[in-house]
Design a protein around this ligand. Structure first.
Ligand code: NAD
Length: 361
């Protein structure tokens, strides 16, 4: 089976779907890997490393039996794929109906990385988690770099410096990594989430749980459900009262398939101390803060609000390495002997598949 690795064409995307390490493993397992020239360069992975791992360097990898990507393909890329080909990427099935329809019309069998069920058996394929981990880490580094204060407590001849106070709102995968990273840098950290089960996880990382008196529901899959309007108002008010205590606020609150919950209204930003920093990891889904400008860093009311939507891509080497292991695991699941065997009775295959060519069983 021919697997094609494309160069990512979305502006600013530095990641690549397979790194040479995974290429070598897949080649040994019987796959034939074609990598577009320069595909790994932005992740610090030269063509020579791919060739050494056993890949064939090509100008166009879109004609392969299975195409692996990070971002969803453009209309032009979809048009160049073969009918019946398999595609693995972040396909945004919950928010990009048009893209999914275009793949279906082309007869592409699409597997969305974000639709892989979050069950133990599929943990090695869980790209939402692997990339959220990178984003959580990077968010804290951006905050530390932007904040005009130290994170750790310092005792110097010139006096004692108090540690920074960091609040992480939304303690899922990204939030927990942000909490752990901010703790490692010496900040005093608090965490909050609407899922009550999270308190213990926040505390086990040495942070305190900020009780805002708002408790949401958890779905069977472990996700938060959307709060009622009344609960949202309560949460905004409670947060607004507490935000002036913090130097840094990192927000990661998301509800799958819905716009990001609006947690920090403009009035709450005004109430924060000058020089404070908000890093809004939910920017791509509209933002948790009313003043976030997705894709940008802005200063509003003397508060810096970082709304970058490409944090994993800003740490492309390791983000690619982790994503590549996820893709490798999914490919090995779909084609255990190097040949495609699509079993739609299987929970992972059926869950991840978002478009199916008629006749595939
Ligand atoms: P996510 O990215 O969808 O959301 C991030 C966090 O925002 C979640 O913790 C959610 O509870 C929180 N949130 C939503 N609305 C909020 C609000 N109004 N205020 C504050 N917080 C709010 O979630 P995620 O990080 O992808 O993971 C969510 C869950 O899935 C976690 O329980 C995680 O442990 C679980 N998970 C399970 C597996 C597995 O393989 N079993 C793998 C990964 C994650």
């Amino acid at each position: 089976m021919r697997v094609g690795v494309t160069k990512e064409r979305e502006p600013g995307e530095r990641r690549v779907a397979l790194v040479p390490d995974s290429v070598a493993k897949l080649a040994a397992a019987g796959f034939s890997i074609e990598v577009e020239t320069g595909a790994g360069l932005a992740s610090s992975l030269p063509d020579a490393a791919y060739a050494e791992a056993g890949a064939t360097l090509v100008d166009d990898a879109l004609t392969a039996d299975a195409v692996v990507k990070v971002r969803k393909p453009s209309t032009d890329e979809i048009g160049r794929m073969r009918e019946g080909a398999v595609l693995i990427a972040f396909l945004q099935p919950l928010t990009d109906r048009e893209g999914i329809d275009a793949l279906a019309a082309r007869g592409v069998v699409g597997f969305a990385m974000e639709s892989i069920p979050r069950i133990s058996r599929a943990q090695t394929m869980d790209a939402l988690s692997s990339q959220a981990n990178v984003a959580g880490y990077k968010a804290v580094l951006l905050a530390a770099d932007t904040l005009p204060r130290f994170f750790p407590m310092l005792m110097t001849a010139a006096g004692t410096i108090a540690p920074a106070k960091v609040l992480v709102v939304g303690a899922g995968v990204a939030g927990l990594q942000a909490i752990a990273t901010a703790r490692r840098l010496g900040a005093v950290v608090s965490g909050f989430d609407v899922r009550p089960a999270v308190r213990e996880q926040v505390e086990s990382l040495g942070a305190s749980f900020l009780d805002l008196g708002v408790h949401g529901e958890e779905t069977e899959g472990g996700y938060a459900t959307e709060l009622s309007e009344e609960q949202q108002r309560q949460q905004q008010e409670a947060l607004e009262a507490r935000l002036p205590d913090f130097d840094v606020v990192i927000t990661t609150a998301l509800v799958p398939g819905r716009p990001a919950p609006r947690l920090i209204p403009a009035s709450a930003v005004t109430a924060m101390r000058p020089g404070s920093v908000i890093v809004d990891l939910a920017a791509e889904a509209g933002g948790n803060c009313e003043l976030t400008s997705p894709g940008e860093e802005v200063v509003r009311e003397n508060v810096t609000i970082v709304g970058y939507t490409d944090l994993p891509s800003r740490m492309a080497f390791h983000a690619s390495q982790l994503y590549s292991r996820n893709v490798h695991a999914l490919l090995s699941h779909l084609a255990p002997e190097g040949t495609l065997v699509l079993d739609f009775e299987d929970e992972i295959t059926a869950g991840a598949c978002v478009t199916r060519k008629e006749g595939t069983s």
